[in-house]
Design a protein around this ligand. Structure first.
Ligand SMILES: Nc1ncnc2c1ncn2[C@@H]1O[C@H](COP(=O)(O)OP(=O)(O)OP(=O)(O)O)[C@@H](O)[C@H]1O
Length: 318
């Protein structure tokens, strides 16, 4: 074993490669190799992402999980080339559906908002407050080339269809509303509808439920799973929440200080976490305890049992 292969990043890369299942024979939707992001600040150069490698195939959800500041969002935004060029220096290889973005950075314009779409973190701020839901959807539809900006009937029909696909009731009425008139969960569904306007093959979801109540989170995750099942979409999920990761992922990469410290199938990571860091993330996930029916204890469960997402997590994976 060489010295470099003993570093956590090198070990995680080897582990990630070992867990890339041979079952996939087709080209991955996303292939990331030795990806690195250095952020240039006034006082220092920060290596926010340090040689990460992973891939996502059709119909797969791959999650990057880690504590705040571990580099998850910088990885996702770097792949999407959404970091300011004067701040971020990128290296390594990123191939999206066969298009090598690293060799030709302008090529990202051929895939972003087309093959690949982003579901942002906070639905309250991601939409324009001064434009109706309809006009924001119409814009996404015409940019995607699914209908001409002049063909109002086609835009309306497509927008209604998209809202139906994300299970928004009375879509015609909702199109006339403004973001402040909808709940956070409904707004997140609108953002997913906007992302779907281009019929993407790959969704990048950056903490898509972290701004939502736990009662709403499960519905959004269910929707993502449903869309994936129907369309075979690949999903890159970014989260700090192992409960969310357990529910939705096929594979998990655990990130710490810009590098993957552990990679593997969801069940392997959850049942046999190899690092103390992952064990800490696991310990933060509430588990269902025994229900104590004695009068003194009625209404009290051990640990937190509030999140339907976490309850379903157990149902799916346990
Ligand atoms: N604009 C910036 N200027 C300087 N440093 C930054 C900037 N954005 C991120 N960083 C640094 O890069 C590192 C990775 O941050 P990043 O936001 O990717 O982490 P994260 O895991 O997504 O965290 P969170 O879950 O809180 O968003 C951190 O050390 C952070 O301080």
């Amino acid at each position: 074993m060489t010295a470099s292969s003993e570093t956590p990043a090198a070990k995680a890369t080897a582990q990630a490669e070992a867990t890339e299942q041979p079952k996939f024979t087709e080209q991955p939707l996303l292939e990331v190799r030795d990806f690195q992001v250095e952020l240039i600040t006034d006082t220092a150069i920060i290596r926010a992402v340090d040689a990460v490698s992973f891939s996502i195939h059709r119909g797969e959800t791959v999650t990057i999980i880690g504590e705040s500041g571990s580099g998850k969002s910088t990885t996702a935004m770097g792949i999407l080339r959404l970091l300011p060029e004067d701040l971020a220096v990128l290296s390594g290889t990123v191939v999206i559906d066969g298009v090598d973005i690293s060799a030709d950075p302008k090529a990202i314009n051929k895939v972003r908002g087309k093959t690949l779409a982003l579901i942002p973190q906070d639905p309250m701020t991601a939409l324009s407050p001064v434009h109706s839901i309809g006009s924001q959807l119409f814009e996404a539809i015409s940019i995607a080339g699914a209908a001409s900006a002049k063909d109002k009937a086609a835009l309306q029909a497509r927008a209604v269809r998209l809202l139906e696909q994300v299970h928004i009731p009375t879509p015609e009425k909702q199109l006339k509303k403004y973001p402040h008139q909808l709940s956070g969960g409904m707004l997140q569904r609108v953002l997913i509808a906007i992302a779907l306007a281009s019929e993407p093959q790959l969704l990048v979801a950056d903490e898509p439920t972290s701004a939502l109540d736990v009662t709403v989170q499960a519905g959004i995750l269910d929707l993502l799973l449903e869309l994936q099942e129907q369309r075979g979409i690949g999903i890159l999920m970014i989260t700090h929440d192992l409960g969310v990761a357990r529910l939705i992922s096929d594979r998990i990469h655990v990130m710490k200080d810009g590098a993957f410290v552990e990679s593997g199938e969801v069940q392997q990571i959850v049942d046999h976490p190899a690092t103390e860091y992952t064990q800490t993330l696991l310990a933060a996930v509430p588990v269902l305890g025994e229900w104590d029916e004695t009068p003194a204890a009625t209404g009290r469960r051990s640990a937190a049992t509030t999140s339907p997402a976490l309850t379903q997590t157990g149902a799916r994976n346990d």
